[in-house]
Ligand binder design. Structure first.
Ligand SMILES: NC(=O)c1ccc[n+]([C@@H]2O[C@H](COP(=O)([O-])OP(=O)(O)OC[C@H]3O[C@@H](n4cnc5c(N)ncnc54)[C@H](OP(=O)(O)O)[C@@H]3O)[C@@H](O)[C@H]2O)c1
Length: 234
C-alpha cells in the first residue's frame, strides 16, 4: 500500500488530489494546519488526518512521528501554499507596494515550509522502495515565460518569486536524491480560495498533473517541471 502525505489538503487542489489518490488505492494523510478541518476532510474521503502546519517545526515533527509509527511514507505532495499579495478585492500587490513583510510571509509557507517538510520527511522517504515528491509550483514561476516578450504580464512579486524558488529546490533535491522521483507541477489557474475562486479551471482539472506526478513510477521523470500538457520552460 502506498502511503501518501498531502500538505494543505483540507480544501482546494490538495483535497481533490487526496480524493483521487484514495480512489487509486493510496493510504492518504490529509495534512491540515487546523486539526478539525483536517479530520472533517479525511472523514469525507476515507483518508487519515494529520495536523501539520508547514510553518511550525513542532507540528511537522509530530506529523513525522505519527506517520512513521503507522509504517512510513512513500509519496509527499508539498501542496500547502498562500498568495498574500492577492488582496480581498483581488487586486495584486505589485512591485511598487510589495514589502519585505509580504515577501517573508509568502516565503515562510511556500518556500521555507516546503523545505521544512522535505527535510523532516526525508528519512521516511529514503526507507521507501519508490519514493516520490511532488512540489506544487505555478506557471508564474517560469522565468522563461515571464521574460518572453508579449507574454501576459503578472504584476505580483512575492508569489511568483516563491514558486521560482520552489522550482530550484525541486531541481537541487532531484539531483541530490536520484533514487527519488521529485518534480514540480503547475496545476493551471484553478478556481480555489487562493485566488478568490476566480480561477478558470475546476479542481478536477487542476489536480490532474498533481495526481499524475504523485503516481509516477520508478522509471518516471525526476527534476522536471510539468503541467497537464507536458514539460514547461524553467
Ligand atoms: N489555484 C490556482 O490557480 C493555483 C495555480 C497554481 C498553483 N497553485 C498552488 O496550488 C497549491 C494549492 O492551492 P489551492 O489553489 O488549492 O489553494 P487553497 O484552496 O487556498 O488551499 C491552500 C491549502 O494550503 C493550506 N495552507 C496554507 N498555509 C498553510 C500552512 N502554514 N500549513 C499547512 N497548510 C497551509 C490551506 O489551509 P487552510 O484551509 O488552513 O487555510 C489550504 O488547505 C498552492 O501551493 C498554490 O500555490 C494554485
Amino acid at each position: 500500500m502506498t502511503a501518501t502525505l498531502i500538505t494543505g489538503a483540507n480544501k482546494g487542489l490538495g483535497f481533490e488530489t487526496a480524493r483521487r489518490l484514495v480512489a487509486a488505492g493510496h493510504t492518504v494523510y490529509i495534512g491540515s494546519r487546523d486539526a478539525q478541518r483536517g479530520r472533517r476532510a479525511a472523514e469525507q474521503l476515507g483518508a487519515r488526518a494529520v495536523q501539520l502546519d508547514v510553518t511550525n517545526e513542532t507540528s511537522v515533527e509530530a506529523a513525522v512521528k505519527t506517520i512513521e509509527a503507522d509504517g512510513g511514507l512513500d509519496v509527499l505532495v508539498n501542496n500547502a501554499g498562500i498568495a498574500v499579495e492577492w488582496s480581498d478585492t483581488n487586486a495584486v500587490i505589485g512591485a511598487a507596494d510589495v514589502t519585505a513583510e509580504v515577501m517573508r510571509q509568502t516565503f515562510e509557507t511556500n518556500v521555507f515550509g516546503t523545505v521544512r517538510v522535505l527535510h523532516a520527511f526525508l528519512p521516511l522517504l529514503q526507507r521507501s522502495i519508490a519514493p516520490v515528491v511532488v512540489n506544487v509550483s505555478s506557471g508564474l514561476a517560469s522565468l522563461t515565460r515571464a521574460t518572453t516578450p508579449g507574454a501576459p504580464a503578472y504584476p505580483g512579486v512575492a508569489y511568483p518569486a516563491s514558486k521560482t524558488a520552489v522550482n530550484m529546490i525541486t531541481v537541487q533535491y532531484a539531483k541530490a536524491f536520484p533514487n527519488m522521483r521529485i518534480n514540480a507541477v503547475e496545476p493551471g489557474f484553478t478556481k480555489t480560495d487562493l485566488n478568490g475562486n476566480n480561477g478558470l479551471q475546476t479542481v478536477e482539472q487542476g489536480a490532474e498533473i498533481i495526481v499524475r506526478m504523485a503516481r509516477v513510477g520508478v522509471d518516471g521523470p525526476t527534476g522536471g517541471y510539468f503541467d497537464a500538457e507536458g514539460t514547461l520552460p524553467w
